[in-house]
Design a protein around this ligand. Structure first.
Ligand SMILES: *Cc1c(COP(=O)(O)O)cnc(C)c1O
Length: 410
């Protein structure tokens, strides 16, 4: 192979083996609990088509032109108003919000502006893969906080921070990355009590919190929990929102809300990365927000996902309650259930059996940096139709039993 003299950063990049495995496993007749994407039937396509038509024919001089790096003012203004209506977040202006190409680009940009090679950052275990790969480009010094039923392990966070402070290395600690609602992949949420405690710890150690919240609006039951941003404010928290799970991932619109100094630095990094996000989809999203109440428009989506989530939990209960040591999360929102088999099971190995039985899941190792969580898997309930959820869970049971017997685990 030719030596293209790749950079050290490029040499650290690797493509996801899981993506390859998934591609290979997509036979006809396969029931997939793998996909982490929304159901296309939930996209408000009639409304968007109408708005797009109008925006292109009447607002072409803006929508088909370059736009400012920080984003379309119509969208940013409409989003700030939405934050005020939906979350009672007030006191912000256009200097506190920047539009990015999805939250993924925001993850990449903060990695650029905050991390050096020796920087330390806190993440959850399991971790959202997109965050792991964006951060790892700059620094591999991640500190893992195990996820519990009510969110990350804060005792460990406190212990590690105390140790790092004792070692005189606090200046290397850059941020803690949190997915507070319906975690991807784990499905759990950070409780209100823990949110308050986390903020206390962050204040004590002057730690920046990155709050990545793509799923907060997809709550199917229970009380809304105030965001870390709402609780602690822009000095302490940088909040990521995205339209990917609530409107359309193809529009590639993410929003970063935070302190003006952080937003300005992100803007500088974004100038070098892509000049600006697409003007067209920003203006369409902006006009959509002006015209429709996003929360109202999500009601049918929420009803659909809730039905599928309850069905999958029900089927899991029916099929797996006789397997000792198995457990799974019971999310009140979002797209994912995290299922852990007893020690000894290897879900990556088990994929072969799943493939033979016609069911697909994502093995837990895909969501770790240290190849742990090998007995766990992520199940997504949002895409398959109801009858496939029932059939798929029954195939999963068959797969677990076959594998378990073969390994002498059952
Ligand atoms: C889906 C998802 C995102 C969104 O990524 P986009 O780039 O906005 O499409 C961000 N964070 C998490 C945890 C996600 O699950």
């Amino acid at each position: 192979m030719k030596d293209y003299k790749f950079s050290r950063t490029a040499l650290r990049m690797k493509s996801s083996i899981i993506r390859e495995l998934l591609k290979e496993a997509m036979n006809p007749g396969m029931i997939s609990f793998g996909g982490g994407v929304p159901d296309p039937e939930t996209f408000p396509r009639k409304e968007l088509a109408q708005i797009a038509n109008k925006v292109i024919s009447e607002e072409y001089s803006y929508a088909l032109q370059y736009c400012p790096t920080e984003g379309d003012h119509v969208l940013r203004k409409a989003y700030l108003e939405y934050l005020e209506r939906a979350d009672a977040i007030t006191g912000l202006n256009l200097d506190n919000i920047i539009v990015t190409v999805g939250s993924q680009s925001a993850l990449h940009l903060i990695s650029e502006i905050l991390l050096d090679e020796d920087s330390i950052y806190f993440v959850s275990k399991p971790i959202y893969l997109g965050a792991a790969s964006a951060f790892a480009l700059r620094s591999t010094n991640h500190e893992d906080l195990e996820l519990q039923d009510d969110g990350i392990n804060l005792d460990r966070l406190e212990r590690r921070l105390a140790e790092i402070e004792n070692a005189g290395e606090m200046n290397k600690v850059k941020f803690i990355y949190v997915i507070p609602n319906f975690h991807n992949p784990a499905g759990v949420s950070l409780s209100l009590e823990k949110r308050k405690k986390l903020i206390e710890i962050a204040e004590k150690y002057d730690l920046l919190i990155i709050e990545d919240d793509p799923y907060g609006e997809l709550r199917y039951e229970g009380e809304h929990i105030p965001s870390l941003f709402k609780l602690a404010g822009k000095e302490r928290v940088l909040m990521f929102r995205t339209f990917s799970k609530v409107l359309s991932p193809g529009m590639r619109i993410g929003l970063v809300i935070g302190h003006e100094d952080l937003v300005r630095k992100i803007t500088q990094a974004k100038q070098a990365a892509d000049l600006c996000s697409p003007s067209l989809t920003q203006r369409i999203a902006g006009r959509f927000l002006e015209k429709y109440d996003l929360r109202e428009s999500l009601k049918p989506t929420i009803a659909l996902y809730k039905m599928k989530k309850d069905l999958m939990l029900n089927e899991l209960e029916k099929n797996f309650s006789d397997i000792p040591g198995i457990k799974w999360t019971r999310p009140s929102g979002g797209l994912f259930i995290w299922l852990c088999l007893p020690e000894g099971f290897n879900t990556l190995e088990m994929m072969e059996y799943g493939k033979k039985n016609g069911v697909l899941f994502i093995p837990g190792v895909a969501f770790t940096i240290d190849d742990s969580c090998e007995n766990c898997m992520r199940l997504s309930f949002c895409l398959p139709p109801e009858k496939n959820i029932i059939e798929g869970v029954s195939r999963l049971k068959k797969t677990v039993v076959e594998y378990g017997k073969m390994k002498g685990l059952l």
